[in-house]
Design a protein around this ligand. Structure first.
Ligand SMILES: Cc1cc2nc3c(=O)[nH]c(=O)nc-3n(C[C@H](O)[C@H](O)[C@H](O)COP(=O)(O)OP(=O)(O)OC[C@H]3O[C@@H](n4cnc5c(N)ncnc54)[C@H](O)[C@@H]3O)c2cc1C
Length: 806
């Protein structure tokens, strides 16, 4: 009979990530932790990693997580007595093209707002730091002094030693085969040598996580692709303590190795997925066959960057599977499918991230959420399609190729496209729609007028779509437009307990008459905003919930995990059942009135109400709400009627000059109207009061709800920071993440920004400490340039909502 043991925390996987989670759980005081590793510690992807440790990423919280790695690596040797060869030599990033130089300046601006020191230096200083480079063609560089390099296997072993010392039990040679699931919980983890009953299970099995996840019915969109680096023979006279080096224009990175050698790796265009049909065999401490042909272009680039390498031999070419995910970022957090499973996988730079990721995961496990909002890494950003072979591998290969290659803000993926198409897809394509993709959906970004090529030409400035998006913006403000928003995530909350459940979840009073439409937030116990959505009461016990295209899994998980266990309320996803056309603009009523069988006059169809209407032969739920700041209806249509309703509206609207509008215009419209976007402007890090959404919190008219105590306290004590609106008179290149300064001092960062066509200014949002919210003059730094900005009160466009009432 097989052995059976119990523990509180069971971690699957003894790479750097699993070990670091075990270490940090124990450090936080958790007891009874067991880690299972099928072979030996480090023997997956960790042992052969190159060991570069960089910190700066495009998200502030991911950067903070990586900063925590560096803090740990700085003290680990002293704490455990085990050498890890941590060298804080700094990192150098070269810029060899004007756009790359712009990117370096943009990164410097970000680093500044994230509180990470980064210097922008000239080619001469770069050469002084790394005298092996040929400075010809180098325009400048970024230098981060606190970055470094480490020996990955020793690092992992030292973290494991630190974990053991705090009581963690590490069992090597113990392979997890399967698990038993009862009522949405893992009750037993079955290994090749015994059964483990862990109260909480953590899947940190690197590139094996997807297969294990599948066995448990859990979607883990993480995989691996081939990645190579070479180790040179010793280079005579090589200086000591070189910083790590990246030359993204020439796709290569460097690390100094023992014995005067260099490690040179890179990210080529055509890497190969690994283990697409399953990871072969045990794959322990194993490499893949060297592929010199694929490395050849990188070697040629390396010869240009550091000509000395042309004169020394190659000692070894390492080819290993590097973990990747469907969108090139980590896969972390609580699996929405099960009550007691966490995942931490898809780490393409797990050596750099390991220390911080373990700390964050320990918080997530012990406190229910991390101390920082990590939506860009949260497993709930993915839906089923992201974990499929058809989507994940092509996207992983594309992301890998862009790891260094410039990817401009808003640049769309070229692979795994056309997966989810609305019934209007072909019609709009014929009308010049240029599509982007979101959660597998094709969504029109903008429409190329006749004679204009329907393709995106992205860049930091001068994007080709701008004039056409501005025209679409004006069409919404002045005329009437149709926007295909079928990709919205849609749910019905039903049952005798539905009202009580939604009252418990939402900060607003949801007990409103049937036909009411309520814009509200769902908060966590700390008052942080977990979801920002609209709810329509369809019947006494039926609520229709609409949220963003990419937030469906997340929001549904939040709602479902707070529903009563007695089955009195349940959530049904209806996304695929409903096409959505947003009919908006001052002439929208005239168009709707021309086609609807019902009365849609101001008197009978007020703002924030919903009614069934008949358009042509289709039954349509018309919701008088929108995201663009004009009179309008979201028309929710049974999918198969979508094209018919579109054609009916289009024909009726010809006389009014109706036109198609895409998502890029929505962004500009919502910014000047002051509408917020969850994940950028509002996140679990901020409360409704801080976001200026206090008017949605109904403390007086409703009873208890999640977050009430925290919000009551904040209301009583006052807020410490507030979301503010800024304007800059000129069109500036902004994409979010820029720095806000007051008298030269960094005081915040921009959440979202863009050009407001109607107001004729750049509009930016960012949180300010409350003592600065009476000031009006600020500076915004973008791409290293400073722009004078004014803080302004309230929405810039139609602050009294007169246009909405229309
Ligand atoms: C060539 C190369 C160079 C790299 N260079 C760098 C770099 O310079 N910097 C950087 O930050 N990152 C680098 N990486 C990436 C880095 O290696 C990974 O991010 C990191 O090792 C991931 O750690 P992990 O713990 O998630 O996965 P792994 O180290 O693969 O650990 C997962 C563990 O789970 C175990 N496991 C799997 N299935 C089971 C099961 N059923 N039961 C029990 N145990 C199981 C495996 O045996 C394995 O030990 C590089 C990768 C490659 C390939």
């Amino acid at each position: 009979m097989s052995s059976r043991s119990q523990c509180s925390y069971l971690i699957i996987g003894g790479g750097i990530i699993g070990c670091s989670i075990a270490y940090h759980l124990a450090k936080a005081g958790a007891k009874d932790i067991v880690l299972l590793e099928k072979s030996g510690l480090t023997e997956g992807a960790t042992w052969h990693a190159a060991g570069l440790v960089g910190q700066l990423r495009s998200s502030r919280n991911t950067t903070r997580m990586l900063q925590r790695s560096v803090e740990l690596y700085g003290r680990l040797e002293a704490e455990t007595g085990q050498a890890i060869d941590w060298k804080q030599v700094g990192s150098l990033r070269l810029a060899c093209s004007p756009d790359r130089m712009l990117e370096v300046k943009r990164l410097a601006t970000m680093a500044r707002s994230f509180g990470l020191e980064m210097q922008v230096i000239g080619p001469k200083e770069a050469y002084d730091l790394f005298p092996l480079i040929d400075p010809k063609g180098v325009l400048g560089a970024a230098f981060i002094p606190s970055d470094g390099q480490v020996d990955p296997a020793s690092l992992c072993q030292a973290i494991a030693a630190g974990a053991r010392r705090q009581g963690v039990k590490i069992e090597q040679g113990r392979k997890v085969l399967d698990a038993t699931i009862v009522d949405g919980r893992i009750t037993e983890v079955i290994t090749d040598d015994g059964i483990y009953e862990g109260e909480t299970v953590v899947l940190a099995a690197g590139m094996w996580s997807r297969e294990l996840g599948r066995k448990l019915g859990v979607n883990v969109p993480a995989c691996a692709v081939e990645h190579q680096y070479l180790v040179t023979e010793p280079i005579p006279g090589i200086p000591a303590n070189l910083p790590t080096l990246r030359d993204p224009d020439r796709l290569v990175y460097y690390k100094q190795d023992a014995g005067g050698r260099l490690v040179i790796g890179g990210y080529e265009d055509d890497t190969v997925p690994f283990g697409e049909r399953g990871i072969p065999g045990e794959f322990a401490r194993q490499l893949l066959p060297e592929n010199f042909d694929r490395f050849e272009p990188l070697a040629a680039y390396a010869g240009q960057v550091t000509p000395v390498v042309n004169t020394v031999g190659v000692r070894q070419l390492i080819n290993g599977p590097i973990p990747y995910s469907a969108d090139g970022d980590f896969v972390m957090g609580k699996a929405p499918e099960l009550d007691n499973l966490f995942v931490a996988t898809g780490f393409l730079y797990g050596i750099a991230a390991g220390g911080g990721a373990g700390a964050i995961m320990a918080e997530w496990i012990l406190e229910g959420r991390p101390s920082l909002d990590l939506w860009p890494l949260d497993v709930r950003r993915f839906s089923f399609l992201n974990g499929t072979r058809a989507f994940m591998y092509p996207r992983a290969v594309e992301h890998y190729a862009h790891h260094y290659k410039l990817r401009y803000p808003g640049q769309e993926s070229e692979v795994a496209r056309g997966l989810r198409r609305s019934p209007l897809y072909e019609i709009l394509k014929a009308r010049g729609a240029v599509y982007g993709s979101k959660n597998g959906w094709e969504r029109p970004n903008w429409f190329a007028p006749e004679g204009v090529e329907p393709v995106d030409r992205p860049g930091f400035t001068g994007q080709n779509w701008k004039p056409y998006v501005a025209e679409e913006h004006r069409a919404v403000r002045e005329g009437v437009a149709l926007i295909d928003q079928s990709s919205f995530s849609k749910f019905e909350l039903r049952g005798p307990g539905a009202l009580a459940a939604i009252q418990r979840l939402a900060v607003s009073n949801m007990d409103k008459p049937v036909g009411s439409v309520i814009y509200t937030q769902l908060c966590n116990e700390r008052g942080g905003i977990e979801a920002d959505l609209t709810v329509t009461r369809l019947a006494a016990e039926r609520f229709y919930v609409v949220t963003g295209s990419g937030f469906g899994v997340h929001d549904a998980h939040w709602i479902e995990s707070h529903l009563p266990k007695d089955g009195s309320a349940f959530l049904i996803e209806v996304t695929s059942g409903k096409a959505v056309i947003n009919l908006c603009g001052p002439k929208a009523r005239a168009v709707l009135a021309a086609v609807a069988e019902e009365d849609v006059s101001i008197e009978s169809f007020p703002l924030a109400t919903a009614r069934q209407v008949t358009i042509g032969a289709a039954p349509v739920l018309a919701i008088r709400i929108g995201y663009v700041g004009e009179l309008g209806w979201e028309l929710h249509i049974p999918t198969e009627f979508g094209a018919h309703v579109y054609e009916t509206l289009r024909t009726a609207g010809e006389a009014q000059g109706i036109r198609d509008v895409g998502y890029r215009a929505i962004e500009s419209l919502r910014l000047e109207k002051g509408y917020l976007y969850w994940s950028a402007d509002v996140t679990p890090d901020y409360t409704p009061y801080e976001a200026g959404l206090g008017f949605r919190v109904h403390l007086k008219s409703k009873g208890d709800f999640i977050g009430r105590a925290a919000l009551e306290q904040q209301k009583a004590e006052g807020i410490a920071r507030r979301l503010c609106t800024f304007t800059v008179d000129e069109a500036m290149p902004v994409f979010g993440g820029e720095t806000i300064l007051k008298d030269g001092r960094v005081i915040g960062l921009v959440c979202s920004a863009g050009f407001g066509t109607t107001v004729g200014k750049t509009v930016l949002y960012g949180y300010l400490p409350v003592d600065l919210t009476r000031e009006s003059d600020f500076d915004i730094e973008a791409f290293g340039e400073r722009y004078g900005a004014r803080r302004v009160e309230g929405p810039l466009y139609d602050p009294r909502n007169e246009r909405l009432k229309g």
